[in-house]
Design a protein around this ligand. Structure first.
Ligand SMILES: Cc1cc2nc3c(=O)[nH]c(=O)nc-3n(C[C@H](O)[C@H](O)[C@H](O)COP(=O)(O)OP(=O)(O)OC[C@H]3O[C@@H](n4cnc5c(N)ncnc54)[C@H](O)[C@@H]3O)c2cc1C
Length: 248
């Protein structure tokens, strides 16, 4: 039986479109930091399940997720109503390509996210092994409105000379309104942070965002000498979809 029923331990609302929740962790459930797992609800007995990145690190006894609320979404119209004590079904197997084993070690690690694509990166910046593998970690999170900057306070508390955080908001008044991908491609990101321009020989990139961001960044990186991790080998950048468009 791949799914087991877990209990919701807490729920936190970030905006009218996003929320986080924690659940109990299935017995013997193992995962690599940065992976996703399929979770779901059984509203009328029938399972409705979707992929979710795991926000909590693998040394924690609970699981944590960051979710979108799609008003007519089969799962999230219901998931957005969950409360402490409710049941959530969690698959026994996690997977994904945003883990340390899918990137070569290097100098600076760039984590570029949009929206709920932040989720696997919150997990990774909490993982001490990331700082053993890279000199610096740069987390870029682009959202439309400032309320969607989930985990902002917690991330700010973790920032140091090893961890840089660049929140950008495209539709609200905010100090940085450019998309993270544009900051990276124009080189402005490196000027802002006083870092050398990202170089495929030394630096590494992980992408987790909407289909446009993933496509723009993947095209840009490939055109500039970066090699994507795939079945034929571990490269210097790796990509995961934050969600799938129905017509994608
Ligand atoms: C590898 C992977 C990891 C994922 N991790 C997460 C995660 O950590 N958190 C999360 O909320 N979702 C995540 N998703 C998306 C998730 O699987 C569902 O699509 C989402 O929960 C909505 O489910 P739904 O049934 O309500 O609507 P769906 O029918 O699945 O989606 C309806 C439409 O809503 C939009 N949409 C769906 N998900 C999102 C999103 N996250 N952000 C913006 N628009 C969206 C798309 O236009 C989609 O076509 C992930 C998807 C993939 C492929």
């Amino acid at each position: 039986m791949p799914y087991t029923e877990q209990r919701v331990l807490s729920v936190r609302k970030w905006s009218d479109k996003t929320f986080s929740f924690t659940t109990t962790r299935p017995h013997n459930f193992e995962f690599e930091n940065g992976e996703f797992v399929t979770i779901g609800l059984r509203p009328e007995g029938k399972l409705i399940a979707r992929a979710y990145s795991i926000v909590s690190t693998n040394d924690t006894d609970h699981l944590e997720f960051l979710s979108i609320h799609v008003p007519d979404g089969p799962l999230t119209q219901r998931l957005a109503q969950i409360q402490q004590g409710d049941g959530v079904w969690v698959n026994s197997k996690a997977t994904g390509s945003l883990t340390l084993k899918y990137l070569q070690p290097g100098r600076n690690l760039y984590l570029l996210s949009t929206g709920t694509g932040l989720a696997p990166f919150v997990c990774l910046i909490r993982d001490p092994d990331v700082y053993k593998t890279y000199e610096r970690v740069v987390l870029v999170h682009t959202v439309r409105t400032a309320h969607e900057l989930a985990y902002k306070t917690e991330i700010e508390a973790l920032t140091s000379e090893r961890l840089f955080y660049v929140p950008t908001v495209t539709r609200d008044n905010f100090p940085t309104s450019a998309r993270g991908s544009d900051l990276f491609c124009s080189g402005e990101l490196f000027n802002m942070l006083g870092l050398p321009t990202a170089d495929p020989a030394d630096d590494r990139v992980m992408l987790c965002g909407n289909p446009n961001m993933n496509r723009q960044m993947t095209d840009y990186l490939k055109q500039h000498g970066w090699v994507m991790t795939n079945h034929s080998g571990v490269g210097n950048f790796t990509v995961e979809k934050a969600f799938v468009l129905h017509n994608d």
